[in-house]
Design a protein around this ligand. Structure first.
Ligand code: FAD
Length: 488
C-alpha cells in the first residue's frame, strides 16, 4: 500500500485539536487527526469560556447548536471567612463588542461532542480514534510519523507536511520539540466535585463564589442546567484517596447540600500548574493547547488559551500549505501567542495568591482598588505579542459589527482577511478583489468600533486581530500593499 500523505497531522482530538481540524478543514487542508482514546473524555473539566472563544465556535459552525447547552455567566463574588463580600466581578449580561456575551458556563463534554460531530462534514479531514502516535521524525522537507491503530494492533507509517501536537499536558510532540517549560510558580492540588442537583436549589446562587479562606480556599461554580461544581484546595499532607470517598465528599459539601438533594457525578484531585513551553515550534513540529501551556483554574482560561492558539495557527498553516505564504509565517505563531497566554496565566496565579492569602480582604483590596477606593475586577483582553502587521493597533482583537440586517459580520465574511472601513474612505479606491470589505454603510455600528480606536479603517486577519489601521486613502493603500508583503 502506498504511504499515506497529509498536509497536517494533528495529534489529539481534545477541544483544541478538534477546533484546529475544523479551521483547516474549512480551508480544504488535507488533515488527519489521531487520538489514542476511543471516545471523547467524558468527565467535566472546563466550565467556562469567553466571548472571543465563542466567536471561534461561530466560525466553525457550532455556536447555534451550542447555545441551548450554555448559560450566560452572572459573574464572580469573592467572599471572606464569615460570608462578607470582599470583591464583586459582575459580568455584563448583554453582548460584548465581539458579538457574544462576555462569559459563558458550559459542560466540556457537550462542547467536545459538537466539535467532533461537526468534523464528520469536513471533507478534507480524517479522524482516527484509538490511534496513538508514538514516533515522529522531521526529515526537513516532510515529517514521518508512526502510530499504532490499537483496535487492530497495526503500526502505520505516514507522511505529513506539518505535525501539530494538541496532545495535552504530557505532550509527545513537545518532547520531540525538546522544549523546556517556563514555570510561573503555582503547583497546587485541588479537589474537584461535580454534582447534579435533583431539584432546583436557588439559594446556591448563579454567581461563581471564591471562598477566600486561607486554611481551605474553595470555589463554587454554577454550571448549565442542574450542574454545580465545587473546587477545594487540598492540604499538602492530605491523602487523595481518603478525601475523594463519598462520605468525605458529602462532609465537605454539608454547608450547601444534603445527600438526598444531589447526585455526585465525580470527584477527582487535579494538580494545577502554571507552565508555558519555551518552544512551540521546531521545524515542521508545532504544539498548541495544554501541550504548550497550563494554567491554574481561577480565570477559567486554560482551554480558552488553546482555542486562541488554534485560531492563530489555523489560517497561518492553511496559507503556508496553499502556497500563499512562506513557512516563516509560522514563526509568528509563538511570538504572538506566548505573551497573550502568559498574561492570562500570570493573572490566574495572582488571583490564586489573593484567594489563598492570610488576609484575603486586604490583599484583594490592595490589588484591585479603583481610584475612587472601591475594589473591582475587570476581564482582560491582552494583545498579541510582536508578530505581523505594522502600526499602533496591530495585534489587538477587533470587535464584530452587525450588518444592516442584524447578521453578525463573521457569518457573512467567514474566516478570511477583511477590511472594515468608513464608506467615504473606500468609495473611490480600487481594492484587491479577494479582499472582503465591510463599510460603515454595510454595518452601521462599524463606525463605533472604528471610533473606539480613533481610525477610519482596519485591516483584519482571518482570526480578527488587527493587521493595521489607516486614516487616509494613501495610508490604506500602503497598508494593503505592505500587508500583502508582510504575510509572504
Ligand atoms: C478541573 C478542571 C477545570 C477546568 N476549567 C476550565 C475552564 O473553566 N475554562 C477553561 O478554558 N479551561 C478549563 N480547564 C482546562 C481545560 O480543560 C484544558 O485546557 C483543555 O481540555 C485542554 O484541551 P487540549 O485539547 O489542549 O488537551 P486535552 O483535552 O487534554 O486533549 C488531548 C488529547 O490528546 C490525546 N493524546 C495525547 N497523546 C496522544 C498520542 N500520543 N497519540 C494520540 N492521541 C494522544 C488525548 O487522548 C486527548 O484526547 C479546566 C481543567 C480542569 C482539569
Amino acid at each position: 500500500m502506498p504511504q499515506e500523505k497529509f498536509d497536517v497531522v494533528i495529534v489529539g482530538l481534545g477541544p483544541v485539536g478538534a477546533t484546529l481540524a475544523h479551521l483547516l478543514g474549512m480551508a480544504g487542508v488535507k488533515t488527519l487527526v489521531l487520538d489514542r482514546e476511543g471516545a471523547q473524555y467524558h468527565l467535566p473539566r472546563a466550565v467556562h469560556f469567553d466571548d472571543e472563544v465563542m466567536r471561534v465556535f461561530q466560525w466553525v459552525g457550532i455556536a447555534d447548536e451550542l447555545l441551548p447547552k450554555l448559560r450566560v455567566n452572572a459573574g464572580m463574588k469573592f467572599v471572606g471567612d464569615d460570608g462578607q463580600l470582599l470583591l464583586d466581578w459582575p459580568r455584563p449580561q448583554e453582548e460584548s463588542t465581539l458579538g457574544w456575551n462576555a462569559s459563558w458556563r458550559m459542560h466540556q463534554p457537550d462542547l467536545e461532542a459538537l466539535l467532533r460531530t461537526g468534523l464528520e462534514a469536513r471533507e478534507s479531514v480524517t479522524v482516527r480514534t484509538r490511534c496513538e502516535a508514538f514516533n515522529v521524525d522531521d526529515r526537513g522537507d516532510h515529517v514521518e510519523l508512526r502510530y499504532e491503530d490499537m483496535t487492530k494492533g497495526e503500526i502505520h507509517h505516514i507522511k505529513a507536511s506539518y505535525v501539530v501536537g494538541c496532545d495535552g499536558a504530557r505532550s509527545l510532540i513537545r518532547r520531540y520539540i525538546e522544549s523546556g517549560m517556563e514555570d510561573y510558580g503555582f503547583h497546587e492540588r485541588w479537589l474537584v466535585i461535580d454534582v447534579l442537583l435533583k431539584a432546583d436549589k436557588p439559594e446556591l446562587g448563579d454567581h461563581t463564589v471564591q471562598y477566600c479562606n486561607p486554611t481551605q480556599p474553595m470555589t463554587y461554580a454554577r454550571g448549565p442546567k442542574n450542574r454545580r461544581r465545587w473546587e477545594i484546595k487540598v492540604a499538602p499532607d492530605a491523602d487523595s484517596q481518603k478525601i475523594t470517598t463519598e462520605a468525605a465528599t458529602w462532609k465537605l459539601l454539608e454547608k450547601w447540600l444534603r445527600p438526598d438533594e444531589a447526585e455526585i457525578e465525580r470527584t477527582a484531585v487535579y494538580v494545577f500548574h502554571s507552565l508555558i513551553a519555551e518552544n512551540w515550534r521546531k521545524g515542521r513540529l508545532l504544539i498548541a493547547g495544554d501541550a504548550a501551556h497550563q494554567t491554574p483554574p481561577f480565570m477559567g482560561q486554560g482551554m480558552c488559551a488553546g482555542i486562541r492558539d488554534a485560531a492563530n495557527l489555523g489560517w497561518k498553516l492553511a496559507q503556508v500549505i496553499q502556497g500563499q505564504a512562506s513557512d516563516g509565517l509560522l514563526d509568528s505563531y509563538q511570538s504572538e501567542r506566548h505573551p497573550n497566554a502568559r498574561e492570562f496565566i500570570e493573572t490566574a496565579v495572582r488571583l490564586g495568591g489573593l484567594i489563598n492569602a492570610a488576609d484575603s480582604e486586604r490583599a484583594l483590596r490592595a490589588a484591585m482598588t479603583k481610584p475612587d477606593g472601591s475594589a473591582a475586577m475587570k476581564s482582560i483582553y491582552p494583545a498579541l505579542g510582536a508578530g505581523l502587521g505594522p502600526g499602533a493597533h496591530a495585534g489587538q482583537l477587533f470587535g464584530q459589527p452587525r450588518l444592516q440586517d442584524g447578521t453578525r459580520m463573521d457569518d457573512v465574511i467567514g474566516h478570511r482577511f477583511v477590511l472594515v472601513a468608513d464608506a467615504d474612505l473606500v468609495q473611490d479606491l480600487r481594492l484587491r478583489r479577494d479582499l472582503a470589505v465591510v463599510t460603515t454603510q454595510d454595518a452601521p455600528d462599524a463606525k463605533a468600533h472604528l471610533d473606539s480606536l480613533g481610525v477610519l479603517a482596519v485591516l483584519l486577519r482571518p482570526d480578527r486581530y488587527i493587521l493595521g489601521t489607516a486614516n487616509t486613502e494613501q495610508e490604506l493603500t500602503a497598508l494593503i500593499d505592505q500587508s500583502d508583503l508582510t504575510i509572504r
